[in-house]
Design a protein. Structure first.
Length: 255
């Protein structure tokens, strides 16, 4: 994954002897061109795309334009940089609506695996009309992506699931209720990270971290029954540990 690649790069740089020259960063012609403020007037939509990327976690993780759109960022002329790929909305394009999951899955492979087993993916591939789905960008956006939380998940689900569409309108409310329970997990986690003994905390919170990551992956299967089950199990586990720590310390305020 890209985070692993970034970690390797930082490790190699740290091994460079003092006083040695580090190689100059390779220029990215996509960024050099699209950062031009003239686009604000000439093509505001394109300029806004660049600004969204510039403020995103993708930019922080060194994921640039060509990683998703193709093209050649090492040449400066437009034709060569685009390479016949950028702007092409054909079925082979990496950001074609149908291909978005595979493109995002280059980095988010665990989330892609969960999504491929979902009814959302089945809907994406069986419906012939363009831009049916949903896919990754339907819920998270594309450039400056967002992680849905209890304040945003209901509106995101309601784009497809509502009384107006007649498509399981109960889902947005159910999703909000489940995510609201996750807030309890966060409160218990913060309490335990402060109150537990260091040697006990290292083991317990490592397991809790793994369970929370698995739960995040589970959300991409869109199986609310199983998501609710796993969420409740983790809430109960954290609450049990919180009660044990509090009783051992002679009480204390609830988180």
């Amino acid at each position: 994954m890209r985070t692993q690649r970034l970690g390797l790069i930082l490790t190699l740089l740290a091994a460079v002897p003092a006083g040695a020259e580090t190689p100059a960063k390779v220029r990215d012609s996509c960024v050099d061109c699209h950062r031009n403020p003239d686009f604000l007037v000439q093509n505001k939509k394109l300029y806004d795309y660049f600004r969204d990327w510039q403020l995103s976690v993708h930019e922080q993780q060194d994921v640039s334009c060509s990683d998703c759109h193709g093209g050649n960022p090492e040449v400066s002329d437009k034709k060569g940089a685009h390479g016949g790929e950028v702007g092409d909305e054909g079925k082979s394009n990496a950001v074609n609506f149908r291909n978005v999951p595979d493109t995002c899955g280059q980095c988010h492979d665990d989330l892609l695996e969960a999504y491929l087993g979902s009814n959302h993916f089945e809907h994406l591939v069986k419906v012939k009309q363009e831009k049916q789905g949903p896919n990754c960008v339907t819920c998270h956006g594309s450039m400056n992506t967002t992680v849905l939380d209890v304040t945003t998940v209901e509106a995101a689900c309601a784009r497809c699931h509502s009384e107006e569409t007649g498509n399981k309108p109960e889902i947005p409310g159910e999703a909000r209720v489940i995510l609201n329970k996750f807030l309890s997990i966060d409160r218990f986690y913060r309490y335990l990270s402060v109150r537990m003994k260091p040697e006990e905390k290292a083991v317990f919170l490592k397991d809790a971290d793994a369970r929370m990551q698995a739960l995040a992956v589970r959300w991409h299967s869109f199986d609310l029954r199983k998501i609710e089950r796993d969420t409740r199990a983790l809430v109960d586990l954290m609450k049990e540990k919180r009660d044990a720590v509090r009783d051992r310390s002679g009480g204390g305020a609830r988180p």
